[in-house]
Each structure stands twice: as structure tokens, then as C-alpha cells.
Ligand binder design. Structure first.
Ligand code: FO1
Length: 320
């Protein structure tokens, strides 16, 4: 890796990718590494599907479907329609262009290349200056515990539309997973200025990354402040099932609930203006807090939030 990485972001899919894009505008993008949640990944139709990794790749290359948040813009669906005609499984939608990425990746995985090496090459081909990689090259899959039994993540999220009540999570394969090599190198290198926990779902997007043995300690030991952006705004989640999960798990659906979930991992938390009144309580608990507009509608919003995150990390370092 040529330029030393200064900022490491931990990210899930859609919300995390928006902040990651914002960070690329708030700093030199080649100094940014983004470790993607592997927990949403699964094997489907003989292919390894990596939704959060791909959402980051498509978002940072400008290829993403900005309305859906996942998949590619200008997509066609001939493969899915033809598959349907053969009675194939179509509950998980793979567009034609997205399928091309999956086929290219499957072929390379089968020939023994690592997921992080393949992702690095794909990002270079798409002109992405930031370094996107899976948090681990090993299979690490989120299982959602429900009263009707355990459900693999995509069955729960897409096929069942996140409807079953959640009682907990397990991360299959976590015990044997190692951080991907470039991530381990950056964490051990002592060059990081900030670690950013994106406004992703803490249970299903960030916890799978933290389930990699030793990773939480490596993050704390990296010598950089760890700053999160709350995915909860005004007592609800902007997108996705975060608030529903917190309720079902009996946790307060609030920025305090997010702070409590991450506990001593965090040095700083960015909360939305809607939660301004929680700032003093969070500060009394030992966190540095920035109050900002965290709902990212435009690219300017994303860049502005990226700047706030880096500013708060600077304050945590005592640099400003
Ligand atoms: N999300 C859906 O809600 N329905 C889908 O059919 C779907 C297909 C899909 C294909 C490729 C891909 O990279 C992502 C896809 N997603 C889909 C998103 C995926 O389920 C993510 O895990 C979630 O968005 C959570 O981050």
C-alpha cells in the first residue's frame, strides 16, 4: 500500500457507504481504508454474495443505484427473469451487471485468490482511490435468532423482510476468522489518526466485524481515537431494522442506547441535532460528542458529516 492509511472506517451497507463516500470528500481518499461487514455475505446460486462490500464498491465508484442503495444504477434483469422461467430462486435479486461482478469474483475465488485481493483489484479497475476490503477473508455469517429458530441473515432480511422478532445473533465462523491482512497491518502500523464506526446497524453490521477474535483489542490498541456516528436519530432509525431490533432486544432506542452498546470501544460519538439534549449525559459518561446533521440526503451532507467525524476525532486526540 503506497500512501499510509490515516483513517479506518468500519461499515455496513447503505448508511455506512454514504458516510464512506463523504469521508472520501473530506480527506485524501487514498489515505482511507474501509473494512466491510462480512456478516451479510452468503452462498447463493453457487455464488458468494457480499452485499456490504459491493454496496461500498458501487457507491464509491458512482455506479450504485442511489434510490435502492444496493445494486447498480441502470441495471437490467434479464438473468433473473430467465432464472424465474426455469423455476430458479428469485427472492434475492441479482441484476445482470451485478451478476457479472459475482461471476468474475466466483471464478477468482475458485482459483484461490482471497476476497480482499479480488476486491482491491475490482476497486482499482473502477477507479476507487480509497481502500475497500472485507474485514476478514474467512466466511463469517450472521445468524438471526428468532422464536421460530435461527435464520441465516439474508433469509431473515430479504426473504422475510426483517419481520420475525429478534432474540439475538450469532456469527458463524467468527471463532476461526482472522482480520484481512491489510486491515491487520494498518491496525498494527501505528499510523492511524481516526477509526470511524459508520452509522450502520450495530448488531448486524458492526458486531460481526467486532466478532473477529482480537479485533476489538486491536482497534483499541491502534493508538487512534474511535468515533462513531449514531444510526439512531430522534428515537428511530433512518433506514433498516435497527430501531426494531433494539426494541425487541429490550434496549433503549436512543443515542444513549447506541453509546451503551459500544461501551468502552468509543472515544467519541456524533449525534444528530434532533438528539441535542442527550449530549450532556453522553459527555458526563466520558464521551466526546459532536452534534451535527447526520441525515445524509445530498453529497454535500455526506462530505459535511465526514468533516465533522474527522474534526471530532481530532478533538479526541487533543489536536484541536
Ligand atoms: N436487498 C433487498 O432488500 N432485496 C434484494 O433482492 C437484494 C438483493 C441484493 C443483491 C446484491 C447486493 O449486493 C445486495 C442486495 N440486497 C438486497 C441488499 C442486501 O440484502 C444487504 O444485505 C442489505 O441491504 C443490508 O445491508
Amino acid at each position: 500500500m503506497s500512501a499510509p492509511i490515516r483513517v479506518l472506517a468500519l461499515s455496513g451497507g447503505i448508511g455506512g457507504a454514504k458516510l464512506a463516500l463523504g469521508l472520501t470528500h473530506a480527506m485524501a481518499p487514498e489515505r482511507l481504508m474501509i473494512a466491510a461487514n462480512p456478516g451479510d455475505d452468503f452462498e447463493h446460486l453457487g455464488l458468494t454474495i457480499c452485499p456490504d462490500l459491493d454496496t461500498l464498491t458501487y457507491t464509491l465508484s458512482g455506479l450504485s443505484d442511489r434510490e435502492k442503495g444496493w445494486g447498480r444504477a441502470g441495471e437490467s434483469w434479464n438473468f433473473l427473469a430467465a432464472l424465474d422461467a426455469f423455476g430458479g430462486e428469485t427472492w434475492f435479486q441479482l441484476g445482470d451487471k451485478d451478476l457479472a461482478l459475482h461471476i468474475a469474483r466466483a471464478h477468482r475465488l475458485a482459483s484461490g485468490e482471497s476476497l480482499s485481493a479480488i476486491t482491491g483489484d475490482i476497486c482499482r479497475r473502477l477507479g476507487i482511490a480509497a481502500h475497500i476490503l472485507p474485514a476478514t477473508d474467512a466466511p463469517l455469517r450472521t445468524i438471526v435468532e428468532t422464536p421460530e429458530g435461527p435464520l441465516p441473515f439474508q433469509r431473515y432480511f430479504v426473504e422475510r423482510r426483517a419481520a420475525p422478532v429478534v432474540t439475538g445473533f450469532t456469527f458463524d465462523g467468527a471463532a476461526a476468522a482472522l482480520p484481512s491482512p491489510a486491515l491487520a497491518e494498518v491496525l498494527a502500523g501505528g499510523m492511524l489518526e481516526a477509526i470511524v464506526v459508520c452509522p450502520s446497524n450495530p448488531y448486524i453490521s458492526i458486531d460481526p466485524i467486532l466478532a473477529i477474535p482480537g479485533l476489538r483489542d486491536a482497534l483499541r490498541g491502534a493508538g487512534a481515537p474511535i468515533v462513531a456516528v449514531s444510526p439512531i436519530v430522534g428515537g428511530t432509525a433512518i433506514k433498516g431494522p435497527t430501531a426494531k431490533m433494539m426494541r425487541e432486544l429490550g434496549r433503549p432506542v436512543s443515542v444513549q442506547g447506541i453509546a451503551a452498546h459500544y461501551g468502552d470501544l468509543l472515544d467519541g460519538l456524533v449525534i444528530d441535532e434532533a438528539d441535542r439534549e442527550a449530549a450532556d449525559e453522553l459527555r458526563a459518561g466520558g464521551l466526546k460528542v459532536a452534534v451535527a446533521q447526520t441525515v445524509m440526503r445530498s453529497d454535500a451532507d455526506k462530505a459535511a458529516l465526514g468533516e465533522v467525524v474527522l474534526w471530532l476525532a481530532g478533538r479526541c486526540r487533543g489536536a484541536e
